[in-house]
Structures are given as structure tokens and as C-alpha cells.
Design a protein around this ligand. Structure first.
Ligand SMILES: [Zn+2]
Length: 152
């Protein structure tokens, strides 16, 4: 088995350090259970904007959670909301504790998730294009019908 895998870059949300950086406007502090460090360790990074500052997603399963309370335990919430997440199943928040095999498996899942996101974006773009075409076609049909009538 080829183990010469190219690891995700340092800015990738695959790494806790990069996820941690997204919590710069996190509305909870160190004394709260759902503090930035525990959130990042539990696999989350912030995807919310100013309207939704506490919206986060998991770097592996993409589960999105918001409405955090100070006493919410990020890892318990992750387990509760998606027990089938490969990162939850691995049950090792500390990435330094991962074996090479575990790192490899997780990276595969992460890559698949990234591809799926790209594909879903493309699907949305395609759907929009189809809708646009449909409306253009119906406009053409109407104008053709109008033309027909005027020539009859
Ligand atoms: Zn997850």
C-alpha cells in the first residue's frame, strides 16, 4: 500500500490550528465549555457571518451547528448530532495521537467531502443555467406565438 500521501497544507481546515483561527470573533470565552479551543479540537470551524456568528461546520462530515450555549460541550454535541462522522468514530481529538493509517483514512474522507462540495457547487450553477435557459425558451416561445398570430 502506498503511504506516500501528500498532506493537506498548513492553512487547510484539516488541521486544528487552521480551524482555531476562524474563531477570532467567537462570542464565547475561555471559561465557557464551548470555547474556541475546544470547538476547534472537536473538529469545528466557523462558517457563519455577522448575522450568524456561532454557525460552525465539521471539517470531516460537514455537519453544521449553531445556537451554542456556554455550557455546551463541543465534542458531545458533535457525537450527539452526527455519531456516524468518521472523526467522531475515531474518537481522537488530538491529531498528534493519530496513527499514519488513521491520518490517511481521515484525509481520504476529508478529500471526498471537499470534492462533494465542489460538485454540489457545480450542480447549483448548472441548475441555475437550466432555469435561465428554460425561461429564455419560454420567452422565445411566447414571442414566436405572437409572431405567428401577427403573420396569420
Ligand atoms: Zn463531523
Amino acid at each position: 500500500m502506498n503511504r506516500n500521501i501528500e498532506l493537506p497544507g498548513v492553512t487547510s481546515f484539516f488541521w486544528k490550528q487552521s480551524r482555531r483561527k476562524t474563531f477570532d470573533k467567537w462570542p464565547f470565552n475561555e471559561s465557557n465549555k464551548c470555547n474556541a479551543d475546544c470547538m476547534a479540537a472537536a473538529g469545528f470551524y466557523v462558517i457563519g457571518n455577522n448575522d450568524e456568528p456561532d454557525l460552525v461546520a465539521c471539517f470531516i462530515c460537514n455537519k453544521q451547528l449553531d445556537g451554542w450555549e456556554p455550557n455546551d460541550d463541543p465534542w458531545n454535541e458533535h457525537v450527539k448530532h452526527n455519531p456516524t462522522c468518521p472523526f467522531v468514530k475515531l474518537n481522537k481529538q488530538d491529531e498528534k495521537a493519530w496513527t499514519v493509517g488513521e491520518l490517511y483514512d481521515l484525509y481520504k474522507k476529508y478529500t471526498i467531502k471537499e470534492y462533494m462540495e465542489e460538485i454540489n457547487k457545480d450542480i447549483t450553477i448548472l441548475k441555475d443555467a437550466v432555469e435561465q435557459l428554460k425561461s429564455e425558451l419560454s420567452v422565445n416561445k411566447i414571442s414566436q406565438q405572437k409572431n405567428k398570430k401577427s403573420t396569420d
